[in-house]
Design a binder for this molecule. Structure first.
Ligand SMILES: [Zn+2]
Length: 276
């Protein structure tokens, strides 16, 4: 599923299209997108409204309106946004919603597996909603010490703790495997057991892999694509994710695949060892 770098890439591409535009219509083709609300009611609010800032928090895209309301979009497994500058989106059975803008262009929301969500928030509702669900932004004001505080006392495997959005916002299976490989930490380490050096290495690795992911415009797996249909190339940089059985780029021995908390996890048993 899209993680922080993929969502940030989408945000950077779609922000210049949406910011300052007025919504002429919002067509929700799939009621499941906005459930439990009635799609006939939900989209009424932003129509006619002008888009302010398009932001991101963790894996959420935030379309802010000048009215102070916000549309919170989560792409989940297979959601993506498509932009048709001349208002002619390709006919696509997986299009779940279409925003028509006053500049004549359409922004479509495509989602094959339909787990993505759109939610509309009143001005004072969004901040508490996000604060309850998300830890700090890893590329924002963040530090190794702060990461240590989030992991302190936790008995869960490190991999699971990092997938928990309340620890750090925006990480998923790809970037956690990559960050653990880079920092030479075993995915089954007790999350609260890292010493200061290990926390420093993990902190740097998390930021490095996310920055690299953004630079490469995300990783293209299954249905992720940018709004103009282009693809990212971070998959060419993977050192661990999805490479079970392939040689480790550091030691040459084959990478191991295990399941941690229900998630496939790839790491190097020789470079990422558990303390005795
Ligand atoms: Zn290795």
């Amino acid at each position: 599923m899209p993680e922080l770098p993929e969502v940030e890439t989408v945000r950077r591409a779609i922000a210049p299209v949406l910011e300052g535009a007025r919504l002429e219509s919002v067509g929700i083709r799939d009621p499941r997108l906005v459930r439990p609300f009635d799609p006939a009611i939900v989209p009424v609010a932003p129509v006619g409204g002008r888009v302010g800032e398009v932001g991101r928090r963790g894996k959420y895209l935030i379309v802010g309106f000048e009215s102070g309301r916000s549309l919170l979009i989560h792409l989940r497994m297979t959601g993506s946004l498509r932009h048709a500058p001349s208002g002619t989106l390709a006919d696509d059975p997986y299009t779940r919603a279409v925003l028509r803008l006053d500049n004549g262009s359409d922004v479509g929301y495509r989602d094959v597996r339909r787990f993505g969500t759109w939610e509309l928030f009143e001005p004072d509702e969004l901040a508490p909603y996000l604060a309850a669900r998300l830890g700090p932004e890893p590329l924002g004001p963040f530090s190794a010490a702060r990461l240590g505080k989030r992991l302190d006392g936790r008995r869960a495997p490190l991999k699971s703790a990092l997938l928990d959005q309340r620890t750090v916002a925006g990480l998923g299976n790809i970037y956690v495997d990559e960050a653990l490989w880079r920092s030479r930490l075993h995915p089954l380490r007790v999350a609260g057991s890292l010493d200061r050096d290990e926390l420093g290495a993990l902190y740097r690795a998390v930021r490095t892999v996310l920055r690299k992911g953004i630079e490469r415009q995300g990783s293209t797996l299954r249905d992720y694509a940018m709004p103009d249909g282009a693809y990212g190339t971070m998959q060419d940089e993977f050192r661990a994710y999805g490479r079970g059985g392939e040689p480790c780029d550091r030691c040459g021995r084959p990478l191991t695949r295990i399941v941690v908390g229900g998630r496939t996890t790839t790491f190097c048993e020789h470079c990422q060892t558990l303390p005795r």
